[in-house]
Design a protein around this ligand. Sequence first.
Ligand SMILES: CC(=O)SCCNC(=O)CCNC(=O)[C@H](O)C(C)(C)COP(=O)(O)OP(=O)(O)OC[C@H]1O[C@@H](n2cnc3c(N)ncnc32)[C@H](O)[C@@H]1OP(=O)(O)O
Ligand SMILES: O=C([O-])CC(=O)C(=O)O
Ligand SMILES: [Mg+2]
Length: 303
Amino acid sequence: MITRPKPQKNRLRRTMMFMNAQKPGLIKDAYIYGSDSIILDLEDAVAENQKDAARFSLYHTLKTIDYGDTEVIVRINGLDTPHWQEDIRCVVAGGADGIRIAKCESAKDVKTVEEHALAAEREFGVEEGRTLIMAALESPKGIMNAYEIVTASPRMFGCAISGGDFRKSMHVQIVKGGIEMLAARGQMLLAARAAGVQCFDTMYPNIDDMEGFKAEVSQNREMGFDGKSVVNPKQIQFVHETFAPTKKEIAYAEKLIRSFNEQVDAGVGVYTVDGKMVDIPFFEDAKRILALARACGVYDGDL
Ligand SMILES: CC(=O)SCCNC(=O)CCNC(=O)[C@H](O)C(C)(C)COP(=O)(O)OP(=O)(O)OC[C@H]1O[C@@H](n2cnc3c(N)ncnc32)[C@H](O)[C@@H]1OP(=O)(O)O
Ligand SMILES: O=C([O-])CC(=O)C(=O)O
Ligand SMILES: [Mg+2]
């Protein structure tokens, strides 16, 4: 029987890889691909007449496969379906790290899931509060309510926009450059940062279009996302490379931090490093960059 370590709200989540919870070929060794998280899906990847079978498979997967450091999240069916309550019991009984609420639209949705997670933790003798929650925002209503959603529960670690359902509801298709989702991505990022939770972009469904995928991932990083949902192992490496600070960024951050400490001791608040003005917010951001670089395994310096 597998017992997973206590889930961490603030861990590294550059990639969260989806897979059908019912497919042994996908789930048996999914940790070998190295995504930070896996999402065992009970929702749209599972056909309606296979929901019970998927839950059965999920439970045994959680109990028998050692995913090690790879975070294990389960996407439950929407709260407008007959499946979600049993999904939550199965997630908690199996000891998954967290729940991804599909098609989340309100704080009430989050609180409902939270109440049922707590009831299941009591039922199965799991530590109360152990099961984390994240929200998938898949509709205009979900995006409009992003802030109330991400502040609805202390279990909440982040939110993700879901492009398949979102574009459907906006009557748009994927556009090169991402203009069709720019406002929604921006609004969700603001809500997540205001709440202090993580923020993830949607999966890119055109698996063979690596050029389009790379352009989207690069834009995700420029916009400030923490990571991205992925649907295929071949999408993982580029996301990890893109979200890790570059050697140049690391070198500059080190230089900034060292010089800032000296300047502050000398009573200086604002000055330049390599021709760029710096003061307190730049110093704090440089510390964030080095912490991220360390977490990504590309920095082992002493700052
Ligand atoms: C809109 C939404 O709701 S998105 C979320 C729901 N969607 C999903 O869960 C889909 C996840 N992805 C998949 O199921 C698959 O990648 C598919 C069906 C899209 C494509 O499958 P394939 O054509 O078999 O992919 P591919 O040939 O690239 O697979 C290569 C290897 O990676 C494995 N693999 C592919 N996708 C995944 C995955 N998501 N998770 C784990 N392993 C995977 C395959 O099993 C295969 O392994 P093998 O070499 O040992 O046989
Ligand atoms: O969350 C995701 O990226 C996948 C999904 O459900 C969608 O695109 O509708
Ligand atoms: Mg969806």
